[in-house]
Write a protein that binds this ligand. Structure first.
Ligand code: F3S
Length: 428
């Protein structure tokens, strides 16, 4: 038996000895070894029982994942509170592909998708369409409470839950998220502890207007890396209430901090729950300082590389919504595109445009007249992950534009701020 460094309770030791079956034993050993690497003194209970899995795609190469899932299914081990998962990689209805692309997706890349989704269902997937990276939105309903401990891995969801909801979640990896959810234990270290939630960076915003969420997040992520920033001066623009607009802003900001750096938690003075309660007592003595003004953000925006083969040619595909758009964002983008097309006198968008959102938000939006109107302009709405769609040599050759700094970081897509993307979409 593995000799743990951390202290385990009798029920945990019983699992580790294999008294509840070999599969649980292997899962717990993985969790304990993971915690031991970080010198976690013990395991703690997962209080938010609903998991969220980062591994949502049935990519052929992930053979060990399917084997582990088969063992979990064979022993009928299920997540007591169910779980959601990241977006699906394909949607042939709303994101059309040619025959060759379909062949690559269905046979070579994601040939195990149906098989894997059945494995997920047996392990406790909450709903056949529970695939989104925004599980924490009210339409999806996987919402940890303040102080809740959860076992998630999707970086954009972890940073949102920690920062905006006040939950306590480490940036785990795929499989660790699943094992923690199924067993109901995670190692106690990092962002689960009071000490780990303190800021070692003080970021002071001195811009003339509300910064673009994704550029600000990128700037802070690149400077702060995996530490915790305490951000001062942003409440001047965002106010001190997390309403629908602010929620969307923080979602996009956080995703950029987590992907352009490795931030798992940020505090915003007078806005996010812990900052409101504890104020600058959250800032560690000797914290480093980073001042952000218009010039700094402009410099960062201009430095993003353009990875297209033909840089001077226009985009031929636009993805908006990584992480998935909130309902308010989906409505705003639709209204802005429709209004912009009136101004440019065009009947349809100038470039193929796809807005991505969760299946639950999509369903609600379909009931609105705005949906019919935006679809009539040639825009498509989908619940896929644009990155998974792009992650192959065929689609990767496209000249893709996005307003997501996460998508830009992990693909050849070109980033533009919202206003510039809108101009491309409406042909201005
Ligand atoms: Fe979500 Fe995929 Fe972007 S998981 S955050 S849409 S890369």
């Amino acid at each position: 038996m593995y000799e743990p460094k951390m202290k385990l309770t009798q029920p945990q030791l019983s699992i580790l000895r294999g008294e509840q079956g070999e599969t649980k034993q292997k899962m717990l050993e993985t969790i304990v070894r993971f915690g031991d690497i970080f010198n976690a003194p013990r395991l703690v209970k997962v209080t938010h029982k609903k998991g969220h899995l980062v591994t949502s795609f049935g990519i052929n190469l992930l053979k060990p994942l399917y084997k582990t899932m088969s063992e979990i299914n064979a022993e009928n081990i299920k997540a007591v509170g169910g779980f959601t998962a990241d977006p699906r990689p394909i949607d042939y209805v709303n994101v059309k592909c040619n025959i060759l692309e379909k062949l690559v997706f269905s046979k070579i890349m994601y040939g195990k998708q149906t098989f894997y989704e059945e494995q997920l269902r047996q392990a406790g997937l909450s709903h056949k369409n529970a695939f989104t990276c925004t599980p924490y939105l009210k339409e999806v309903g996987n919402i940890p409470k303040e102080g809740d401990v959860a076992s998630w891995a999707e970086s954009s969801a972890v940073v949102f839950a920690n920062s905006v909801l006040g939950a306590r979640i480490n940036r785990n990896s795929g499989m660790i998220d699943l094992f923690g959810t199924l067993l109901g234990y995670v190692p106690y270290f990092g962002l689960l502890t009071d000490e780990g939630r303190k800021a070692s960076w003080k970021v002071i915003i001195k811009t003339s207007k509300l910064p673009e969420a994704q550029v600000l997040g990128s700037a802070i992520g690149m400077r702060v890396n995996d530490e915790v920033p305490y951000i001062i001066g942003l409440d001047k623009f965002l106010g001190n209430v997390i309403n629908d607009d602010v929620e969307g802003y923080l979602k996009d900001f956080g995703a950029a901090t987590a992907s352009n750096g490795a931030i798992g938690l940020y505090h915003i003075d007078n806005l996010t729950p812990e900052a409101k309660k504890l104020g600058d007592s959250l800032i560690n003595e000797g914290a480093r300082q980073y001042v952000i003004d218009d010039e700094e953000l402009d410099k960062i925006y201009k430095a993003y590389p353009i990875m297209w083969k033909h840089k001077d040619k226009p985009a031929n595909l636009v993805f908006i919504g990584c992480p998935h758009l909130t309902l308010t964002q989906l409505r705003n983008w639709s209204k802005n595109i429709i209004q912009g097309l009136k101004e440019t006198g065009r009947k349809k968008v100038a470039v193929r445009t796809i807005l991505t959102t969760s299946p639950m938000v999509f369903e609600l939006f379909k009931r609105e007249t705005l949906y019919t109107e935006i679809i009539s302009k040639g825009v498509r709405i989908s619940s896929i992950c644009p990155l998974m769609y792009t992650n192959n040599p065929l689609t990767n050759r496209r000249r893709i534009l996005t307003n997501s700094n996460k998508f830009r970081t992990y693909s050849r897509a070109r980033y533009m701020v919202d206003a510039d993307i809108l101009n491309c979409v409406i042909g201005r």
